[in-house]
Design a protein around this ligand. Sequence first.
Ligand SMILES: Cc1ncc(C[n+]2csc(CCOP(=O)(O)OP(=O)(O)O)c2C)c(N)n1
Length: 698
Amino acid sequence: MGSLARSKPSLPARSQRALPALDWRRVAYLLHVSRALDALEEKTLVPEKKVLYQFSARGHDLAQIILGLGLTERHDAVCGYYRSRPMLLALGVEIEEALGSSMARAGGYSDGRDIGVVFNYPNPHGASALPMCGGVGAQYTPTVGWAQAIEYHRTVLQDASYDHAIGVVLGGEASVATNGFWSALTIATTQKLPVLFYIEDNGYGISVPSTFQTPGADIAANLASFKNLHVISGDGTDPVTAATLIAEAQAHVRDRQGPCLLRLTVPRLQGHSFQDTQAYKSAATVEAEWARDPLPKLHDLLVPEWMEQAEWDALAQEAAEVVEAARVAAEQRPVARPETVLRHVFSEAEPQVMGGLRSAGVAMPEGSERAAPEGARINMVTAIRRTLEHELATNPRVLLFGEDIGPKGGVHAVTLGLQEKFGAGRVFDTSLSEEGIVGRAVGMALAGLMPVPEIQFRKYADPAVEQINDCGTMRWRTNNRFAAPMVLRMPVGFFKCGDPWHSQTNEVQFVHSPGWKVAVPSNAEDAVGLLRTALRGDDPVMFLEHRAMLDAAWARRPYPGDDYVIPFGRAKTTISGNRLTIVTWGAMVERCEEAARASGHSVEVIDLRTLMPWDSRAVLESVSRTHRCLIVHEDLRTAGFGAEIAAVVADEAFMELDAPVARLTMPDIPSPHNPVLLNHVVPSAERIREKIDALVEF
Ligand SMILES: Cc1ncc(C[n+]2csc(CCOP(=O)(O)OP(=O)(O)O)c2C)c(N)n1
């Protein structure tokens, strides 16, 4: 920033009329900067194809700048959307950084990986901007997660530096129709969290009028009687009104009076994006919108009462020069080296700037890969509970939440007694919204906690898919600036009977979600080792607990000790043999072992234990000795994980094979309810044995 904008932080008092306390000179300067950036992109960089996606914030800009300047606490965080650049500038994001990101150059928000308007700003010394997403509405639940983490830091970890911190989430009026908005609103109001919902109502979601998003087109009016929510509404183009309402909203939330929703009406003075011609708006509408432009309103407020015209012009001139200098610098930035685009899917040597235990400076014990079995055999439920209990006891940043996991102890009893032992601050029930459960976990992980959310059944992760995907890609798309490590537990598979709702495994969907590690333990000992590794790790982990194995006699093993860890990507050979390799995981391991023994052949059984990463080396090494490979899984056949294994074996061990690589799986149907029907389709020990015979005799 140049000299003028810095030299006089506050305006000289030339009038008796009071202005809301604010650095109005800085507001004016940043507004000029924002306008200059818009103009540069629209007139030069987009036509020259140096910026490929452009979203102007003209009209939204003044109020956003005022909002951003109010975020002064070290642990404040804000999550915006693609039209939020003015707010980012007010937080302190460098202009060159913003422009370089729009131009997809090296460095910046994402090293050219993400659209430039999808911002993030890790700021260890002040307010941060949490990584935005392209999906409308995806910003809400992570922000309430941050707000809940603020409360966790304050009350559970007793850190007074969070006492006045708040979370702020920005959204357009169309975003109030999304699942994420309602999920976040429910969480914020039931938990009375310090979060500000800042709604920029420009009347259009691209071309769709706001009457489609909320009845009567006014979300503030509709939420007037929403319990525990302070609702404010007003004109976001009038500088004094905007400043007054924003100050009121921020004070309400900072003073721990609960969440607030502030709706400001603003005009969208440009098309939705550069490509949008606004043909759906009448000329009169466009004219009326321009009549509400906040820039001349700010001018008329400040000049001449608080500032000479020459001073205003000098600020505009300085903004233009600074933006031009940033353009030159941004254009000099190279494009990232293409081979680097493969990095930062998972945690590497260099830690992320924000998110997880590692960037919070919490060193986790390494653990021991040697099991130290103690006591009688315990079932998988008890093993998982005991591991959670130990990590809760030794790491105050671990917290558990999900539907019914509090006093009831979970519908599978995994968390039984943990709330009683660790309190409702650390082990608690949630509202029935899987998007809320996972999105909240994302915000908490960003705030340096280790959240362990539970989804009640595999199928019910579906409403959380957007948050799951966005969580997984976060490290990559922010080029290692942010990561949200967590352990997402969920039961999978059949149990006695099946059905389309509670019994799918579909683990392959998560393997296909970049950034997630996937664990599929078959027994109590492995569950302990894998879970502990996940809880001490630096990546999001999908921890899949097979329903049929939770209390299965076969899966019971002695507790392997409080230090026991199993590195991911290390398979276990549970039976050694030399005529055929069976590759499997989860509930199928027991059946494969039974079939191998019954077959009378020398069969090797490999339990993969994790699917991302998966131990291809162990499989290939085994196949190079046995020359035959059978893959058994419960998931559907087409594009199941077996297809991946078969492809790798065919690719890398073709010359070793004495028989085709075979698969035994569920057919491509939902899980049937009646056990007779179920048993007809899930691989049984008998059918596995038949397959073993056929392959060995091939
Ligand atoms: C989940 C999702 N659906 C659709 C889109 C495509 N889309 C991008 S912006 C937008 C309109 C959003 O309007 P609003 O929230 O009012 O914000 P504004 O652009 O007006 O500032 C749509 C439909 C998207 N990005 N995400």
